[in-house]
Write a protein that binds this ligand. Structure first.
Ligand SMILES: Nc1ncnc2c1ncn2[C@@H]1O[C@H](COP(=O)(O)OP(=O)(O)O)[C@@H](O)[C@H]1O
Ligand SMILES: [Mg+2]
Length: 300
């Protein structure tokens, strides 16, 4: 059911070749090769510490990795650019500006006239269903609503590539589910190129049309998969749940393979043998189980 991603003809929007990166003794990334094409929604999925954020920040141009090349539209990435917008968990809004003013600020800075900025701000506020909150201040909104403002602001800047680092992780499950539906519907309309980092398997399968599965020590690509499920996707869809179980088993096996001695037996041999012996889903949230989340060195 999990189809390996087929390499495509034509030039890639984002070309990552032989990228490696070390932080002193930690090999955060090793030999990363990915070609991302325009309009793809790619999820980078893996346990904590496998180098997802490091790779995303390298794409954003926030630092130069110690080895390999990254090019966007054929040009080497040598610094941050408004064409590659990075969104974090914490919606970065100006607290003293209203929702509309927050959007207009970026649009005016881009050189748009007052009236064009006003029109676009309202258009994107509508896109994220926040009509009626245009004049609210960020502190008057819920966490999910602030995230929607942040998303509207990022989209209104019309970047060539949207880079998202676990943006919905702090939201409660229900709000996160709403954000998944919203992001899917916006992506179907705009077909932006998105690279979305997550450690949640279900989230990756709901959002991505491609899921790049990464593993730890060294940070590397384990699988590059195409998700052939119709949209909008339901996280409880039977096929999606089954795919999520397979990916979690693969990640678990990769983790066990990295531990030479005393590796426990795979508790779910049926899944390993091809998945015909269906087992109840022991992880309904889709988070990668804690046991396989490697120790993460403190970020300095
Ligand atoms: N600035 C840093 N200095 C030293 N080690 C770092 C730094 N940033 C990340 N690391 C280490 O690099 C590895 C990958 O980190 P990161 O890219 O943040 O992983 P992820 O986003 O997948 O959780 C981890 O082991 C982490 O501790
Ligand atoms: Mg991270």
């Amino acid at each position: 059911m999990l189809v390996p991603f087929q390499r495509r003809e034509g030039s890639a929007k984002i070309a990552v070749s032989s990228v490696g990166h070390r932080y002193e003794s930690v090999e955060a990334l090793k030999n990363i090769n990915i070609d991302i094409h325009a309009g793809q929604f790619v999820c980078l999925l893996g346990p904590s510490g496998c180098g997802k954020s490091t790779l995303l920040y390298a794409l954003a141009g926030h630092f130069v990795p110690s080895g390999g090349h990254i090019a966007i539209d054929g040009h080497p990435v040598d610094g941050p650019s408004p064409q590659r917008l990075l969104m974090f968990q914490e919606p970065a809004l100006f607290p003293w500006l209203t929702v509309k003013q927050n959007l207009k600020f970026g649009l005016r800075a881009k050189g748009l006239s007052r009236s064009e900025a006003e029109r676009l701000a309202l258009e994107y506020i509508t896109l994220v269903h926040l009509e009626g909150f245009a004049d609210a201040l960020p502190h008057q909104l819920s966490g999910g609503m602030r995230m929607r403002v942040s998303l509207a602001r990022a989209l209104s800047m019309d970047p060539a590539v949207l880079l998202m680092d676990e943006p919905f992780a702090p939201l409660d499950a229900q709000t996160r589910g709403h954000m998944h539906q919203l992001l899917q519907s916006i992506w179907m309309k705009t077909r932006k190129t998105v690279v979305f980092v997550t450690h949640n398997v279900r989230e990756a399968l709901v959002l991505g049309d491609r899921v790049v599965v990464m593993a730890n020590r060294p940070g590397r690509i384990l699988r590059d998969l195409e998700v052939r499920l119709p949209r909008p996707r339901d996280p409880d869809d039977e096929k999606l749940v089954e795919m999520s179980r397979q990916i979690r088993d693969e990640l678990k096996n990769a983790e066990l393979a990295g531990q030479p001695i005393e590796a426990p037996e795979n508790p779910n041999p049926a899944a390993k043998a091809g998945g015909n012996g269906r087992q109840p889903d022991r992880n309904p949230t889709g988070d990668i189980p804690r046991g396989i989340v490697g120790p993460v060195g403190a970020r300095r």
